[in-house]
Design a protein around this ligand. Structure first.
Ligand code: GLU
Length: 431
C-alpha cells in the first residue's frame, strides 16, 4: 500500500484548487465584509468558493504546422442570481486561482449594480503577442468549443477582458452559432456593433470610471476641473478615462503603459499621446513629456490616482509613497490587502474596483438586453442609462458606508453580499 506523503496531505487542503495571491485577496475582502455584516455562516459557506470551475486542455494548430498545447479556464462563482457574466482573458499568468478571484468580484459588481447575473471569469494561459491572427482565431474558436457545455445566453455570457476584444467576441459568437445552427448574438457581449454589439460598449468601462469620479468629487467636495490625475494603463480603460477627464478639464499629469510612463506636471496632451501610440504601438519614446518607469506614475503628486492596468500594482512596497487623495480602481484587484491597510492609515480614500470599473459589465448588460429585444438603443440612451445606474450604485455605497461606519470597499461589498445572500436564502438549498 502506498504511504501518504506531505504533498498528498497538502493537495487535499480544502480550497487548495483555487489558491493564489489574488484569490486570497478576494476572499480576505469577502471575509471582512461578512464579519462586518455578521453574515450567517451558511452564506459564508455558500458564497466563498466558486460553484463551477472548468479546466480545459486543448491543442491549437500553429501556422508552422506544429501544435501548441494550451490550458483554458472558466469559473462561475454563483448561479443564484441568473446566468453568469464576465470576461475572458489571454495572458501568460492566467490560472484557476486568478479566474476564481475575478469571478467572485464579478458577482459583487453585478449585485452592486443590480444586474441579473452571477459572476464568472475565464481565460487561456498563452502569450498572445507571440501568436499570429490565424493562431489566435483557432485558439479562440477551440476555447469557445470547449466551453459549449457551460456557456449560453441563459447560462454564462462571456465578454472582453485583458488581451481580448471585439474581434475575439465575433469569433466566439460565430463558433457558438455554428454549433447550434443559427446566429446567437446574445451569447457574448462586447461584439462589433454590426454583429449585435451595442454602441458605447468599447468606451463603457473608461467612461464609467469618469462618471463614478464625478459622483465621488461631488461627495467629497473636490473640483474635478482643478484636479490632477495620474493613470496607470493606456489601454481600453485608461486611454478612454484619460481623454474624457481631459475633455472635462481635469489635468492628466501622468499616464503609462507596459513600456513606459510619461509625466508632465502642467498636464499631458492626451490627443497627441493617442496619436503617438496609434503610430508607434507603445508610449515609450514619446517626445512631449518626461519619461519614467511604468509603475512610477502611481507615485506622481496628484489628487486622483487611477490604476487601470492589472491586479496587485499598489503593494506594501509603494503604498507609503503614493501622493494623492483618492485611488480609483479602474483595474480589478489593483490594491493588495497590505497596501490597502497602509492607504487607510494615511487617509487615502479608495473607490473600489467593483464600483469604479462596473461601467463595462453594465453596458454589457445593455447589449444583452438589446440583443434579446432585437431593438438597438442610441448612444445617448446608453450613456444616460449608464450614468444613472452608476450614480445610483455610488449612492448605495455611500448609504451603506454611513450605516455600517466603514470604508467604501466594505460598503460596496456589503451591499452586494446582502443582496446575493438574501436571494440565496429565499431560493433555499436543493434538495
Ligand atoms: N471584463 C470586464 C470586467 O471585468 C467586463 C465583463 C463583462 O462585460 O461581462 O468587468
Amino acid at each position: 500500500m502506498a504511504t501518504q506523503t506531505q504533498d498528498d496531505v497538502d493537495d487535499a487542503v480544502p480550497g487548495r484548487e483555487w489558491a493564489s495571491a489574488l484569490y486570497r485577496q478576494s476572499t480576505d475582502q469577502f471575509d471582512r465584509a461578512a464579519e462586518l455584516l455578521e453574515l450567517d455562516p451558511e452564506f459564508v459557506t455558500r458564497l466563498s468558493e466558486p460553484r463551477r470551475s472548468i479546466v480545459v486542455n486543448f491543442p491549437v494548430r500553429l501556422d508552422s504546422g506544429g501544435v501548441l498545447g494550451l490550458t483554458g479556464y472558466r469559473v462561475q462563482h454563483t448561479l443564484t442570481m441568473g446566468p453568469t457574466k464576465g470576461g475572458f482573458r489571454y495572458g501568460p499568468d492566467v490560472s484557476l486561482g486568478e479566474c476564481s478571484a475575478l469571478a467572485m468580484w464579478m458577482t459583487w459588481k453585478c449585485a452592486l449594480l443590480g444586474l441579473p447575473y452571477g459572476g464568472a471569469k475565464g481565460g487561456v494561459r498563452c502569450t498572445p503577442a507571440q501568436l499570429s491572427v490565424h493562431e489566435l482565431e483557432r485558439l479562440t474558436r477551440r476555447y469557445a468549443a470547449e466551453l459549449i457545455p457551460v456557456i449560453g445566453p441563459d447560462r454564462d455570457i462571456p465578454a472582453p477582458d485583458m488581451a481580448t476584444g471585439e474581434r475575439e467576441m465575433a469569433w466566439f459568437m460565430d463558433t457558438y452559432s455554428q454549433m447550434v445552427g443559427h446566429s446567437v448574438f446574445e451569447v457574448v457581449t462586447g461584439k462589433p456593433v454590426v454583429l449585435g454589439g451595442t454602441t458605447g460598449r468599447r468606451e463603457a468601462t473608461g467612461l464609467g470610471v469618469v462618471y463614478v469620479i464625478e459622483a465621488m468629487c461631488e461627495k467629497i467636495g473636490m473640483d474635478l476641473r482643478e484636479a490632477r490625475v495620474a493613470i496607470q494603463g493606456f489601454g481600453n480603460v485608461g486611454a478612454v478615462a484619460a481623454s474624457e477627464l481631459h475633455a472635462i478639464g481635469a489635468r492628466v499629469v501622468a499616464v503609462s503603459d507596459h513600456s513606459a510612463g510619461v509625466v508632465d506636471a502642467d498636464g499631458l496632451d492626451i490627443a497627441a499621446l493617442a496619436r503617438w501610440t496609434a503610430q508607434n504601438g507603445v508610449l515609450e519614446g514619446y517626445p512631449g513629456a518626461t519619461q519614467v518607469g511604468p509603475r512610477d506614475v502611481l507615485e506622481v503628486p496628484c489628487e486622483i490616482v487611477i490604476p487601470a492596468a492589472r491586479e496587485r500594482q499598489i503593494t506594501a512596497e509603494n503604498a507609503p509613497r503614493l501622493q494623492c487623495q483618492v485611488v480609483v480602481e479602474a483595474a480589478n484587484g489593483p490594491t493588495t490587502p497590505e497596501a490597502e491597510a497602509i492607504l487607510h492609515e494615511r487617509g487615502i480614500l479608495i473607490v473600489p474596483d467593483v464600483l469604479a470599473n462596473a461601467g463595462g459589465v453594465t453596458v454589457s448588460y445593455f447589449e444583452w438586453v438589446q440583443d434579446h429585444q432585437r431593438y438597438s438603443w442610441d448612444e445617448l440612451d446608453v450613456q444616460e442609462r449608464l450614468r444613472r445606474q452608476l450614480r445610483a450604485a455610488f449612492g448605495r455605497v455611500i448609504d451603506a458606508a454611513d450605516r455600517l461606519g466603514c470604508d467604501w470597499r466594505m460598503a460596496a461589498l456589503s451591499v452586494a453580499i446582502e443582496r446575493v445572500s438574501q436571494a440565496a436564502r429565499m431560493r433555499g438549498i436543493y434538495p
